[in-house]
Design a protein around this ligand. Structure first.
Ligand code: SF4
Length: 261
């Protein structure tokens, strides 16, 4: 494990610029979801339990050795759900002290009902919260959560974070054939949450069958070793985004893009 770096990139991100990735879970793929489109492939450890997977000291040493000066920001996502790492808050503080770069967290929103997790996230400059469904059945079909996690708890957690967090909070919505008919229902939830921005993505990459560490970066899985989901067209995505913007008056961006978390 010690030879595997928790830091990768910087990779070019269309929304974040040159983004240096920090992976607090790189011992395996670890997440409270098993999303149908996950670019990591099958999540091996399906859990909502928090623990320290990699010591903070190692993460900060890896960061010190990395090309962080070339990055525009540092992003916590990696091999699963970053809020499952119990040292998330400590690492965010350490990154800020060492680099002074903006810190971004991509979360699947499943641990946001936990006040300790929200406190830790308040150290980040921007938080991207996943929300892929507007009803429980679609939520279970797309995100395949661990037992006890429901759409209701996810939305409740995002609303609590919104009330406590003064930074930039964006909602990431992955548009698929399973949720494209739910625009009005999504808009109703967004009006309750009041994010700074809504990002509509659609899966554009093949889904790897097995987890492998390089999937945490910008890597494109070869179509021969992955399966491709039924894709929507860019005009489907643009129409959906326009309708969300019309119904909510929120700032909405749209793009065909796969994501890890
Ligand atoms: S896409 Fe993100 S939230 Fe979904 S299973 Fe993969 S790592 Fe977890």
């Amino acid at each position: 494990m010690s030879e595997v770096s928790t830091v990768y990139g910087p990779v070019n991100s269309w929304r974040l610029g040159r983004s240096l990735g920090v992976d607090l879970l790189c011992v395996n793929s670890i997440c409270s979801f098993r999303c149908v489109y996950c670019q990591l492939g099958r999540i091996n450890v399906h859990t909502a339990e928090r623990r320290v997977f990699v010591p903070t000291r190692k993460v900060l040493e890896d960061l010190g050795r990395s090309a962080w000066r070339e990055a525009d920001c540092v992003t916590l996502s990696g091999s699963g759900e970053p809020t499952l790492a119990e040292n998330l808050g400590e690492v965010i503080c350490g990154i800020k002290l060492l680099t002074s770069k903006p810190v971004i967290v991509l979360t699947n929103s499943t641990r946001l009902t936990d006040a300790q997790v929200r406190r830790e996230l308040c150290g980040a400059d921007a938080i991207f919260c996943k929300l892929d469904a507007a009803d429980e059945k679609t939520f279970r079909r797309i995100n395949r959560p661990v037992e006890g996690v429901t759409l209701r708890t996810v939305v409740e957690g995002i609303k609590k974070l919104r009330a406590e967090y003064a930074g930039h909070l964006a909602i990431q919505f992955m548009l698929t054939p399973l949720n494209i008919g739910k625009c009005a229902e999504l808009a109703r939830i967004l009006l309750e949450v009041r994010p700074n921005k809504v990002q509509i993505n659609t899966p554009s990459r093949p889904v790897a069958r097995e987890w492998f560490l390089a999937a945490r970066g910008n890597l494109r899985v070869d179509a021969a070793c992955g399966s491709r989901l039924k894709q929507l067209t860019s005009s489907d995505v643009a129409r959906f985004a326009q309708e969300v913007a019309r119904l909510t008056n929120l700032k909405v961006n749209a793009r065909a893009q796969s994501c890890a978390s």
